[in-house]
Design a binder for this molecule. Structure first.
Ligand SMILES: [Zn+2]
Length: 365
């Protein structure tokens, strides 16, 4: 993750801090300073640091549980909104996913119970008067851990409770259906939170939006993964297109293709290898500002990632989605360009495959 610095390393996991975390600290310090001076600023910052130490221990709960199943975690990053442990992968067996998901909240439970024991408090809201708690640092930390515990057990992505629900549903319905149903539950909860939030708690509306987006994203991911993992990249790529030689100028390209419907021009060398992609837009802009003599290699986007023809469409989706690439070239065994794929190709493919799923013809059985 960019904009983060490594703090230290525990058992092969680097603990990183996102630089925006410093903004949170500065903000807390400033707010507390204006309310109650230096003393308030110090105790506010100490409280938030202790709180994030608890968040970090929560993440290490996940990390240690995952390690039991041979899954390593290269790093964990502290963000102002919480911690993100980058597990190498999620456990495949639902029972293991449940253990890994619950290990985080279990840490908060243990911390809260230990603090409650230390405080000699019975865990009963009746005995915790607001005034007594406000003045007690350990009680505040204990309460914060209970809030972390409850919040993380909400059965909606991206909370741990959402993973538990998905794993339980997976045992019954399979991974794809299980994820889709879990995502629906998350969306329904988000709508409920939003309604409650509009009755007076704007923070809840924000959380609802966050949950809704996460649930929708998770459902979309699993649908796309399902539809594309079993298909070759060649099933969705553009194959009929004109290419530009590396020796072409913008003028050459423009005069040849000014009236073509093709918008994207792969630039290939003498051996047919992809060197870059020039768009009709950049070419025509170059011509109209008098740079028509410039080589297309100066105007193209270089370093286009490529996949072999044997790759799955899912590989291309990952490059286009998570990798943020605009195009992916597809090459044969000799390294020659045979096609390219962009997000629109993937969308068209998904539209075709979902139509087939919705309207099964006589050929489907
Ligand atoms: Zn967690």
């Amino acid at each position: 993750m960019g904009w983060s610095v490594k703090l230290f390393s525990v058992g092969g996991t680097a603990v990183r801090m996102h630089l925006t975390f410093l903004l949170l600290i500065a903000w807390i310090a400033a707010v507390q300073w204006s309310h109650s001076g230096l003393q308030g600023a110090i105790s506010g910052v100490v409280f938030i640091l202790v709180l994030f130490a608890c968040v970090l221990l929560h993440e290490f709960g996940h990390i240690w549980a995952a390690r039991r199943y041979g899954i390593r975690t290269p790093n964990v990053t502290l963000l102002p909104i919480g911690g993100v442990a980058a597990l190498e992968r999620m456990p495949e067996k639902p029972a293991q996913e449940i253990v890994v998901a619950l290990a985080g909240p279990a840490v908060n439970l243990v911390i809260a119970l230990v603090l409650a024991a230390v405080l000699g408090l019975r865990f009963d809201p009746e005995t915790m008067s607001a005034a007594a708690l406000q003045s007690n640092f350990l009680a505040q930390v204990a309460i914060a851990n209970v809030i972390l515990l409850v919040f993380n057990l909400i059965p909606a992505f991206p909370m741990d409770g959402g993973r538990v629900l998905r794993a339980l549903l997976t045992m019954w319905l399979g991974y794809t259906r299980g994820t889709l149903v879990a995502a629906r539950v998350g969306q329904a909860l988000a709508v409920g939170f939003a309604i409650l939030g509009f009755m007076g708690n704007p923070m809840l509306v924000l959380i609802a939006a966050f949950i809704f987006l996460a649930a929708t994203g998770e459902a979309g991911d699993v649908r796309v993964r399902d539809a594309t993992r079993g298909s070759p990249v060649t099933a969705a790529m553009t194959t009929a297109f004109a290419v530009l030689p590396v020796t072409a100028s913008a003028d050459d390209a423009f005069t040849r293709f000014a009236h073509s419907a093709q918008r994207v021009f792969p630039v290939v060398d003498g051996a047919g290898r992809l060197r870059g992609i020039a768009t009709q837009e950049t070419l025509s802009q170059a011509v109209s500002r008098g740079d028509g003599a410039h080589s297309v290699t100066e105007l193209m986007t270089a370093d286009i990632p490529t996949l072999p023809v044997s790759a799955s469409l899912w590989d291309a989706v990952e490059l286009l989605g998570r990798g943020g690439e605009r195009w992916v070239g597809v090459i044969d065994n000799g390294g020659r360009l045979v096609g390219y794929i962009d997000p629109q190709n993937v969308e068209d493919f998904l539209a075709r495959s979902s139509k087939r799923a919705e309207y099964p013809g006589p050929w489907s059985q």
